[in-house]
Ligand binder design. Structure first.
Ligand SMILES: [Zn+2]
Length: 286
């Protein structure tokens, strides 16, 4: 799923392969890009801000993309998908860059990028130490909002998507439905989640268990109806229509009970569950 770590890795791949190269040919098939021709422009570089991808060119313009649930990019080889799925294709010195099924695309002045990403909370996958104090402060303002909804709101924090909104509450033993104001230890939760996504951004692919098998790389997402990997209780959840925040959500009713009073982030549980995960070596891991 394209979350902040995936987009950061994508930006680095595009940057590493194509930065400084000239566009030899350009085909756009997206109605929002009618009239755009990047032929002759130099691709200066690619960057990620949260889940937004920004590809900058030497005419002071930026190609902006958000992959939502469906989009992807082919970096290097020619795409074999049918024409209508290839929304943008650029031929560069060292191969082809293709936007596949990308639902949000636009061309903006590079100077105006803030109009697209300026509202976002701190970017967990940006280079340099992330501003976790602001992330915690933003979450603390969410008092009555369920934890998963607050984690998904990119104005609070940019990067976590639905995978982390499921896995992080499970790892710390807190219900995704628990109001944020009734959770103590938010700073630990944020530190663990930041360590996970930054580790996955650096190493890829997304993994929340530290186990190597691709079938075993997430704890509970999206495994509703199956036994909890820790206690064996049947996992419950919402599908997209049932969920108050519109996303598939899974949790263990035994490990993650909703509490009428305050719930404490279970640091011992998180350390046990992530014993094999290299995120434990990140400095922000509590
Ligand atoms: Zn359980």
């Amino acid at each position: 799923m394209p979350e902040g770590d995936t987009i950061r890795r994508l930006a680095e791949r595009i940057d590493g392969r194509f930065a400084g190269q000239r566009v030899r040919r350009c085909v756009v098939r997206d109605p929002r890009l009618v009239g755009v021709d990047l032929t002759g422009r130099v691709l200066l570089g690619a960057d990620a801000v949260g889940k937004h991808l920004l590809i900058r060119f030497d005419d002071a313009r930026t190609l902006h993309a958000h992959l939502l649930m469906t989009g992807s990019w082919r970096v290097g080889p020619a795409a074999t998908e049918p024409d209508w799925r290839r929304r943008v294709e650029l031929w560069l010195d060292d191969g082809r860059l293709t936007a596949l099924d990308v639902p949000l695309l636009g061309m903006i002045a590079t100077a105006d990028e803030a109009s697209l990403v300026g509202h976002l909370g701190p970017d967990l996958c940006a280079p340099g130490p992330p501003d976790l104090v602001t992330v915690v402060a933003n979450l603390e303002r969410e008092q009555v909002r369920p934890l998963a909804a607050a984690l998904l709101d990119q104005r609070n924090v940019a990067g976590w998507g639905n995978l982390y909104a499921n896995e992080l509450p499970f790892i710390v033993g807190v219900s995704p439905n628990q109001p944020v104001g009734a959770i103590s230890g938010l700073d630990d939760l944020v530190g663990i989640g930041a360590a996970l996504i930054r580790t996955n951004a650096a190493r890829g692919p997304q993994n929340t268990t530290g186990r190597r098998l691709a079938t075993d790389d997430h704890w509970i997402y999206p495994k509703r109806g199956r036994p909890c990997p820790l206690c064996g209780t049947r996992l419950v959840g919402f599908d997209e229509r049932e969920s108050p925040w519109g996303r598939v959500t899974t949790w263990c009713p035994a490990c993650q009970p909703v509490s009428a009073g305050a719930t404490v982030v279970n640091l011992a549980r998180a350390r046990r569950l992530l014993a094999l995960h290299p995120a434990r070596r990140q400095p922000m891991f509590p």
